[in-house]
Ligand binder design. Structure first.
Ligand code: SF4
Ligand code: SF4
Length: 341
């Protein structure tokens, strides 16, 4: 474990930025925190979390996959990928770090998504323990401890100091570059901080929310639950919940004719959209109820069924804050699941 003063963090950022492109949470003019490329003058945000999750760094909203050029009957296929450069994402909260495990199981399973894999190989994640979890946080429901964030390097911040612990080879290599700017300290240095965070977590409004009643093997029972009608009634199908979610990973692939060739690109899609996975015969889910049910069944039943019980929600609370009709996964869990009230 190493530490430095909070005042010297600018020098730490500058040192990291010498080795790789560095992104940190910084406030936009409207006050919302967004990941921003660090350069002199960019100030580390005090916000609890960023509006959009750091999944963008590994699974961007839009990316070109390849290009086709035709000449007569010949088709030339061009790999449009440029070499992924090393980058560091600083200040990732424990919930968002966990989301990478969920995304990895999708994109790194055979057949491996080489676009995602390249970014994972080149990215270093520096996490940040939460000092002020919000009323919409429920990471604890999924066994995540905001006082012990994972990542390549874990960071704790107090009023005056910042503490670093490397957890992986990548993290240790980066910490070596920061040796002159940091000094050694014991692990106990952050014990008080961890206890404070745990005490706040116990008092959060969603502290008692459990996954009881969900998980693999519940498909028949939950799929047919009559509560889906009422829960989905006012859903606008806007897709906001899926786009702010760090674990949602649906995408569409399309071809765009530039006039000089065809670019094949992929972009985020949403299971909340009526066009989603439309096939030649039409759509498998014709009502908003079916689409709404799919999103929550996937996170709470299908994903854990296929992934050793791992749920595909990390309790980040973004969908609670952003849904225009205040519908969200917590309301679904309370209405449909076990003992949740
Ligand atoms: S479903 Fe909501 S709370 Fe869960 S990870 Fe996605 S945005 Fe966060
Ligand atoms: S649940 Fe809310 S955010 Fe999600 S699609 Fe429906 S209205 Fe939009």
């Amino acid at each position: 474990m190493r530490k430095c003063s909070l005042d010297s963090m600018n020098s730490v950022f500058a040192e990291i930025a010498k080795a790789a492109t560095l992104y940190i949470p910084a406030d936009r003019t409207d006050g919302a925190a967004v990941y921003t490329k660090w350069e002199e003058g960019v100030v580390w945000s005090n916000a609890l979390n960023t509006v959009r999750s750091p999944k963008d760094f590994f699974f961007p909203q839009m990316e070109n996959l390849m290009e086709f050029k035709t000449q007569g009957k010949n088709i030339e296929i061009i790999d449009t990928r440029s070499e992924t450069e090393d980058f560091v994402v600083f200040g990732v909260r424990a919930c968002d770090v966990k989301s990478f495990e969920i995304l990895d199981r999708v994109f790194l399973s055979e057949p491996v998504d080489s676009y995602y894999a390249a970014r994972r190989a080149h990215g270093v994640i520096i996490s940040l323990a939460c000092t002020r979890p919000s009323e919409t946080c429920f990471c604890g429901t999924f066994g995540i401890n905001p006082a012990e964030p994972a990542g390549d390097i874990s960071v704790w911040k107090t009023e005056t100091e910042v503490f670093f612990r490397s957890n992986t080879e990548k993290g240790a290599a980066l910490m070596q570059k920061l040796e002159a700017l940091t000094e050694e300290c014991t692990e106990e240095a952050v014990d008080a901080q961890k206890e404070k965070i745990s005490a706040v977590m116990k008092k959060l409004p969603l502290a008692d929310l459990t996954t009881e009643g969900f998980g693999g093997g519940k498909t028949k029972e939950l799929f047919d639950n009559p509560a889906w009608d009422e829960l989905s009634q006012t859903c606008l199908g806007c897709g906001t919940c899926t786009f702010v979610c760090p674990t949602c990973q649906c995408y569409d692939i399309k071809d765009f004719n530039t006039g000089k060739g065809v670019i094949r690109y992929r972009c985020w899609d949403s299971c909340m959209y009526s066009e989603f996975t439309r096939m030649a015969h039409g759509n498998n889910r014709n009502s908003q109820k079916e689409r709404f049910r799919q999103r929550f069944m996937h996170k709470l039943v299908y994903y854990p069924e296929n992934n050793d019980g791992l749920f595909s929600c990390v309790g980040c609370g973004r969908c609670l804050a952003k849904c225009p009709i205040s519908m969200n996964i917590v309301k679904v869990m309370k209405k449909i699941g076990g003992n949740n009230k």
